[in-house]
Design a protein around this ligand. Structure first.
Ligand SMILES: O=C(O)[C@H](O)COP(=O)(O)O
Length: 204
């Protein structure tokens, strides 16, 4: 059965605006972040979803709520799970990214942010994030897509990059060069055999 999956990184958060590591820190969206969520809804206008998934962090939950309100589908079932949380940035959470690079070196910070299997101090590597994201996806989301149901996931930069590695068969090196913009939907079309036939990044 054909189906579509839309994935969206939450709108700009307060820590995104202040260039701070966020991770599990449960911060609010900014006004711009709420506007990005509404813009995302307008881009998804016309898609009919059967189920939505998000993390237990309010920046993602509120982004999803604004999207559903914008597309008039607030009646949909929403499943919240910590498996979709942003990667845990551990001891870096709340620290300014530029100041952290000055203190530990740009190379070390780049490794903590974009390597696959190096964990930030006290936090999760992308690999560890993937080890909770993919089992959740296989158990709860992939079956719906195989039944021909359209699904919307609103989560975080790294939990979605972990999922993208699977969906787009990306290597650790390839994913290290990919960032997800806040509030910009990426839509996957699945064909009757469950293979991805088309990917579109609705930037404009
Ligand atoms: O958790 C955060 O700091 C951001 O949402 C993602 O951060 P990163 O792009 O530095 O991994």
């Amino acid at each position: 059965m054909k189906s579509q999956l839309a994935i969206v990184r939450h709108g700009q958060s307060e820590y995104n605006l202040e260039n701070r590591f966020t991770g599990f820190a449960d911060v609010d969206l900014t006004t711009q972040g709420r506007e990005e969520a509404a813009m995302c809804g307008r881009k998804l206008q016309g898609m009919q979803f059967e189920a939505c998934f998000t993390s237990v962090l309010k920046r993602a939950i509120e982004t999803l709520d604004i999207i559903l309100d914008t597309i008039g589908q607030k009646q949909l079932p929403v499943y919240k799970d910590a498996a979709l949380n942003e990667r845990d940035y551990g001891d870096l959470q709340g620290l300014n990214k530029a100041e952290t690079a000055e203190k530990y070196g740009a190379e070390q910070v780049a490794l903590w942010r974009r390597s696959f299997d190096v964990s930030p101090p006290g936090g999760e590597s992308l690999k560890q994030t993937q080890e909770r994201v993919l089992p959740y996806y296989y158990a709860n989301i992939e079956p719906l897509l195989q039944q021909g149901k359209n699904v919307l996931i609103v989560a975080h930069g790294n939990s979605l990059r972990a999922l993208m590695m699977h969906l787009e068969n990306l290597t650790p090196d390839a994913i290290s060069h990919i960032d997800l913009l806040t509030g910009v939907p990426r839509v996957y079309d699945f064909d009757d055999s469950g293979k991805i036939s088309y990917v579109q990044h609705l930037t404009s």
